[in-house]
Design a protein around this ligand. Structure first.
Ligand SMILES: [Zn+2]
Length: 247
């Protein structure tokens, strides 16, 4: 009986399984608007490959999967230079010294940190997820000859997606950062991963970091020994959420 009533209803409305298709097919220009056809929220970034709007709320941030590294393991050392004046811009860029990555990248970083303990070493984080506003600022203040060291905000970087991390090593006993062939954000050839000078110990430290990172899903950026991209990034969007919005 119920089946008969249901069939009668279908006949009376003329709506079988294909009704949605035929209805949309009648006036495709009214229903085919996709996010990619919609102008970006930020008119200055027409080429940003953003398929969904940049998240603004705390609730959305949680969905974006950004995880605070020290909440997974509080023995990871933070040395967030952009929250100090000790960076290439010479002023504080971040209001808070915090570091976030997409969940799988954060979990990999924690595993790497914990494996390094066997060598009495740990990871020291200089920067992780970076709001787009900071990338824009870096691009503006960097001269053309040094632009390879900063990302073009039109395309964004993996930092903006929460899938890149700038980091080094520190000694678990002394808590001191290990020496590398150059300082962090040294925009010279000394920063290159294959830079052959520096001391033997500095090159060894750089190699330990690279071996550890590349064994668990990260790949070094050849121009910067400190920059690693997480290869299986789960986020394609460029994010511009402030740290204060992430609880
Ligand atoms: Zn970086």
């Amino acid at each position: 009986m119920r089946t008969i009533i249901f069939l009668l209803l279908l006949i009376s409305t003329g709506c079988f399984s294909g009704c949605e298709k035929s209805a949309t097919g009648a006036k495709p220009e009214l229903v085919t608007t996709s996010p990619i056809d919609t102008p970006p929220v930020n008119a200055n970034l027409p080429t940003v490959p953003t398929l969904t709007p940049t998240p603004k709320t705390k609730e959305t941030v949680k969905k974006d999967g950004l995880v605070e590294l020290v909440k997974l393991d509080d023995t990871i050392k933070l040395d967030v230079r952009y929250a100090t004046k000790n960076n290439f811009v010479g002023r504080e860029i971040y209001k808070e010294a915090r570091a976030f990555l997409q969940s799988p990248a954060a979990e990999a970083a924690v595993r790497i940190h914990q494996n390094l303990k066997k060598q009495n070493l740990g990871l020291v984080i200089f920067d992780g997820y970076r709001p787009l506003a900071a990338t824009k600022l870096f691009w503006e203040v960097t001269p053309a000859s040094k632009k390879k060291f900063v990302a073009n905000p039109k395309n964004g970087s993996r930092h903006n997606r929460g899938c890149a991390v700038d980091l080094g090593l520190f000694d678990l006993e002394t808590k001191e950062n290990l020496e590398m062939p150059s300082g962090y954000d040294d925009f010279t050839e000394r920063a290159a991963i294959d830079y052959a000078s520096g001391t033997e110990q500095q090159r060894k430290n750089r190699a330990i970091l690279r071996q550890a990172m590349e064994a668990d899903g990260f790949k070094v950026y050849s121009a910067e020994w400190w920059h690693y991209d997480f290869q299986a990034c789960p986020e394609s969007r460029i994010l511009d959420v402030q740290f204060s919005e992430i609880k």
